[in-house]
Ligand binder design. Sequence first.
Ligand code: EPU
Length: 432
Amino acid sequence: MAVPTPSVDPASSSEPTIVVRGGSPLHGEVTVPGAKNSVLKLMAATLLADGTFTFTNVPAIADVAIMSELLAAIGVTTAVGDAGTITLVNDGRLVPVAPYELVEQIRASINVLGPLLGRCGTVRLSLPGGDDFGSRPIDMHLKGLEQMGATFEIRHGYVEAHADRLHGVDITFEFPSVGATENILTAAVYAKGTTVIDNAAREPEISDLCNLLTSMGADIEGIGTSTLVVHGVEVGTLRAADHRTVTDRIQAATYIAAVAVSGGEIVLRGARADHMEVLLRRFRDMGLTIVEQPDGLAVFAERRLHSIDVATLPYPGIATDYKPLIVTMLSVADGVGIVTENLYPGRFRYVEELHRLGADISTDGHHAVVRGRPSLSGARVKAPDIRAGAALVVAGLAADGETTITGVHHIDRGYDDLVGRLVALGAQVARR
Ligand code: EPU
């Protein structure tokens, strides 16, 4: 299969790029990897118990390597095995300090707070970083843990937390925060008594974490619902367990978007329709045919997409992480679509990059109005974050000529061989 020969040499800068030439319909089959936003949390949960954990269906992504480094600094070592397997060893000698150099690189580093506080009673954690699409406070994490008896001081950019022993309480979130739900959950497993988390986030990745914790001996009711009830066990009594990471619904959606703008038909092995119900309904409204198979999804893109209006919401609504893909699809759909962002007001920065590809999008606060064009026009663009980066690759598939994407390190944080998988489907895309 042919890969593009760039007419402009992107190697003129030493920065890695992804070069895409649009216009080839996609055909074939790919396996969707495990979810970044699950495996990073599973890894943090290894702080709770001594022993050896083996996780399978682990995506080969940069954030897993960064989380491994962070855990190594605390006292859990990770070894990478074959075919998406990692083994983590916790020998019980933990240093509950998460340093700035590692924490500032990924938001999920905040997930060490709950387990360390529950197990060690003290944590020193640099305030977290992550994607640059707006303010991402952790007030709900801290407030919930405070209700459970923790005290916090923020000094010199670090959160310093203490708790003799956390105790169970009823916590009602104002908003179903993914990270706050996970931190309260992983702290509550060692709290004295019962913790009830109401208005909990119910993303499939949270259920995946609950399932690991249950295999480790935790007592959790209401998994998959918005009320989680955690009956705490004695500190130190959880045990190591093995676990298969849930498939990544965001990576699955990326391949659906790719075939949607390219035409063709593909099969996504491992994709879970039950984790993407609302999204798949809206994709069908746009004109895609999506058929559930025993182990995945078949997607047929036989005609030009229709425009729709979409608003992002917590799960089971349309995830904010899908939005750059949807905006890209609307850029080449028939009609006008309005996209409303309800989670991160600043998460429209990639729109300027889509403008460079000729997309007709205007934004006003939380809203984007996308007027579909027959096609986009290849250009050099920069990935501002993980999901927007992947969407720019998809946009390149919908563009005439060649699109060169820089800022590839963002895409590598969350996508396991995006280029290789697209090439396997017949796309003209290469890494340079
Ligand atoms: N929020 C607060 N206070 C808090 C916590 C959250 O105001 O204490 C706000 C946030 O600022 C944001 C909203 O609540 O406006 C959602 O935050 P949430 O806590 O639900 O998200 P998160 O745990 O920080 C995870 C994913 C994100 C994904 C969001 C929403 C990880 C590592 N990150 O972030 O994924 O966008 O949930 O679904 O799981 C990505 O993978 O590229 C990514 C950004």
